[in-house]
Design a protein around this ligand. Structure first.
Ligand code: EZ4
Ligand code: CO
Length: 404
């Protein structure tokens, strides 16, 4: 039953925000879709795919998913990193999509079938001050949310990660240069426990709360924060320190019992290995698109399973509905899948990527369409061309650059 890849096309578009989409067509006329979006570096992945990889895919058998993964990863010699791994991730996703369409089965069925009724999710609630945040939390509760990420403004800071003036938070700014913001770690660490105390007081014990520190703290600051928020019983505290210094997590771990999540910027199992094997985290946050697709993410999740770590993948607005579908199919079929971040999309994104997956009452369902169950409205994508956009840059109060 072998088939042959005849075409691999890259579509770069901006239906409210930028997306890089890969479309693979086979000789039998099956079309597979993948997401290759790397927020703020979209054109680099588009070029990697169109200039270097798409020509190599032609004539290969789309059913040899693992072999194509190894061919692109090891065969390039140069490896790892977000651009390479998102490109491979998009191809891998598209090949699973093709396999599902060929078999007339949803991808979660190919991965072993359902292990849970639905995929739990969390969304983002934010407010500049505590009353505004509590209103946002109310809106999430009204939609049936059982897990909510809470982010608030910090007195004295005019821009803060995770908080926006727009009701739809979108960190990437459509401008020729990144916007800049100043961060005062002491003010932040003093304020967050007050915010979490107010939210916990409001929602009671049955709602799960999450918070993202977004890589800004030193190990000591991170340990202090993790310890001081213990009374509010977080579901997780995310990205307390920059992810490169992994030993820092041991220091935080030893200081508190607050569950820790990290890894949205990781790209391979080797980036995750130390933290997982040493049980320094509770949740691994790699996104299926940025960590080499379904095939590689499955290996990360399997390693995590052995060490009592769960998957809690990244799911912001820059993970397209195609990659989100791949993540939902994995969530439905992976035993140690903990939770899917679901930030939601603008209406135009739902229209541009019609999808079989659905969100309701705090959970996601993969749907039963063959493959990943996502389509594209090509006319709509081409009507919204790429627009330069960047994630913000953060600086300390003294002006020196800090991790954003
Ligand atoms: O900063 O999606 O947990 N979610 C996040 C996101 C990321 C952006 C980066 O593209 O941290 O807001
Ligand atoms: Co995050």
């Amino acid at each position: 039953m072998s088939d042959r890849i005849v075409k691999a096309e890259v579509l770069v578009s901006s239906p409210t925000r930028n997306f890089v989409t890969l479309r693979i067509t086979t000789a039998d006329g099956i079309v597979g879709l993948g997401d290759a979006t790397v927020n703020g570096r979209e054109l680099a992945v588009a070029s990697y795919l169109a200039d270097h990889v798409a020509p190599l895919l032609v004539d290969l058998d789309p059913g040899r998913i693992e072999d194509i993964w190894q061919y692109l990863y090891r065969g390039a010699y140069w490896r790892r990193g977000p651009v390479t791994m998102a490109a491979i991730g998009a191809i891998d996703m598209a090949l699973w999509d093709i396999l599902g369409k060929r078999a007339n089965l949803p991808v979660y069925q190919l991965l072993g079938g359902r292990v849970r009724d639905a995929v739990p999710t969390y969304g983002h609630a934010f407010g500049w001050d505590i009353p505004a945040l509590l209103d946002a939390v109310d809106a999430h509760l009204a939609k049936g949310a059982k897990h909510i990420r809470v982010q608030s403004g910090v007195p004295g800071l005019d821009k803060v990660y995770g908080v926006s003036k727009d009701p739809n938070y979108e960190p990437a700014g459509r401008a020729a240069r990144p916007s800049e913001e100043r961060f005062d770690a002491d003010a932040y660490i003093r304020h967050v426990p007050k915010v979490l105390a107010a939210v916990r007081e409001k929602v009671g014990d049955d709602v799960h709360l999450l918070h993202d520190a977004h890589h800004r703290l030193t190990p000591t600051q991170a340990a202090r924060l993790a310890k001081s928020v213990e009374p509010f019983n977080l579901f997780w505290l995310e990205d307390v320190t920059p992810a490169e210094d992994q030993e820092a997590m041991r220091f935080v771990r030893n200081a508190s019992t607050t569950p820790l999540a990290i890894g949205e910027v990781f790209n391979t199992i080797w980036d995750c290995q130390y933290l997982i094997e040493n049980r320094l985290i509770d949740y691994i946050r790699t996104a299926v698109v940025h960590a080499g697709g379904i095939s590689h993410s499955r290996k990360i999740y399997a390693l995590a399973e052995v060490h009592g770590v769960k998957a809690g993948p990244h799911g912001p607005s820059d993970i397209s509905p195609i990659a989100l579908a791949a993540s939902i199919h994995m969530g439905a079929s992976t035993h140690n899948f903990g939770i899917q971040e679901y930030m939601g999309y603008a209406d135009l994104v739902h229209e541009a990527f019609p999808h079989a997956w659905s969100y309701d009452d705090g959970v996601l369902q993969p749907g039963d369409a063959p493959g990943l169950g996502v389509d594209i409205d090509e006319g709509l994508l081409s009507a919204h061309p790429y627009t330069t956009a960047y994630l913000p840059v953060a600086r300390r109060m003294d002006g020196s650059v800090l991790d954003w």
